[in-house]
Design a protein. Structure first.
Length: 331
């Protein structure tokens, strides 16, 4: 962790990666929680951005509720063509996370597409373009947890609840109004570091700022927006190792095991995914820690506490981050 990060920075990062205030003067609101003024909050965030610790501040939407589908893609990419392959994949506008991993399937990325389009066709097209040896298309069947949170206080009691079930809002109406659509399209940008940043955004829509913020809060309550928060660079804050843990488990224990895995604070994402002839693993969990050894120890602990067979586990450590951003959904 950088030596110039003080306790106020740590508290600030903990707060804004969980939930950024949707209020007229959010930086002043943050200042009240940190016992500093709003201008100092802005200055600290500017510095943390310059140092690459904060990537952006903005919304995280539930793609399914915006009529988008997503999938995880794994490729056996030729080492000789890796540079060209990375260029093609990372410049795709609907690719968000892309990592090189230490496995025969060495390139992994997430892809989003409108539900009206054939995502399998897009995956095959990308595979053909990069001349990959093998390609996996592994859409999620169930989500047990989605929400990376890197606790800088090391106090697990202070961590927010990031366990997510897709059926949480199943009975909530999420039909989008023209106003919803305008706000969603305009909100997907890095928040301006201004005393009243939402006033600037709402003005572009010729909308009253209080009405704009009420609509944003409603998007949260309806589960259309998962959260409004900062995306931080975890590797620069000491979480330098991450492993994609994949288990091949019997279908009758998936739900119980997935719920247990999701409760581990070191796990940021947990899914049941579609399997295939080349990839029999049906439960995926992203584990983050300070070292590979710690990731391995966490995976072992998961196996121990859930009764999962270690022999049915494969750990894919990321060796390089190629792209990490939030996809822009046009609605």
């Amino acid at each position: 962790m950088p030596t110039n990060i003080d306790n106020v920075d740590k508290k600030l990062l903990n707060i804004i990666q969980a939930e950024f205030p949707l209020s007229r003067e959010p930086f002043a609101a943050l200042g009240l929680r940190l016992s500093i003024n709003g201008n100092e909050v802005i200055e600290r965030i500017e510095r943390l951005k310059e140092e690459g610790l904060i990537r952006l501040i903005g919304p995280v939407f539930n793609p399914r509720k915006l009529d988008y589908q997503t999938t995880l893609v794994g490729m056996k990419a030729s080492v000789e063509r890796m540079g060209e392959t990375e260029q093609i994949v990372s410049t795709h506008p609907m690719v968000s996370h892309c990592y090189e991993r230490d496995h025969d399937f060495n390139l992994w990325f997430t892809l989003a597409m409108p539900v009206a389009k054939n995502i399998d066709s897009e995956v095959r097209k990308l595979g053909s373009k990069v001349k990959t040896e093998e390609i996996l298309n592994l859409p999620a069947i169930r989500t047990f947890k989605i929400g990376a949170y890197f606790n800088l206080s090391r106090n697990h009691a202070s961590m927010p609840n990031t366990v997510t079930r897709d059926d949480k809002f199943s009975n909530v109406n999420y039909e989008l109004s023209p106003t919803d659509r305008a706000i969603i399209n305009e909100l997907q940008q890095d928040l301006p570091l201004n005393e009243k940043p939402f006033d600037l955004i709402s003005a572009r829509l010729s909308m009253d700022s209080d009405k704009f913020l009420n609509c944003c809060r409603a998007l949260l309550q309806r589960g259309i927006m998962r959260r409004f928060s900062a995306s931080i660079n975890h590797s620069k804050l000491g979480f330098t190792a991450n492993a994609m843990a994949c288990w091949n488990m019997p279908s009758d224990i998936i739900e119980a095991a997935g719920e247990k895995i999701a409760r581990f604070p070191e796990v940021s994402h947990c899914y049941e995914r579609q399997t295939g002839p080349l990839w029999p693993y049906n439960i995926f969990a992203m584990i983050h820690a300070a070292s590979r050894e710690t990731c391995q120890a966490i995976a072992d602990k998961v196996c121990s506490e859930t009764g999962l067979n270690k022999d049915k586990l494969v750990l894919l450590f990321s060796t390089r981050e190629i792209k990490k951003t939030r996809v822009r959904y046009t609605v």
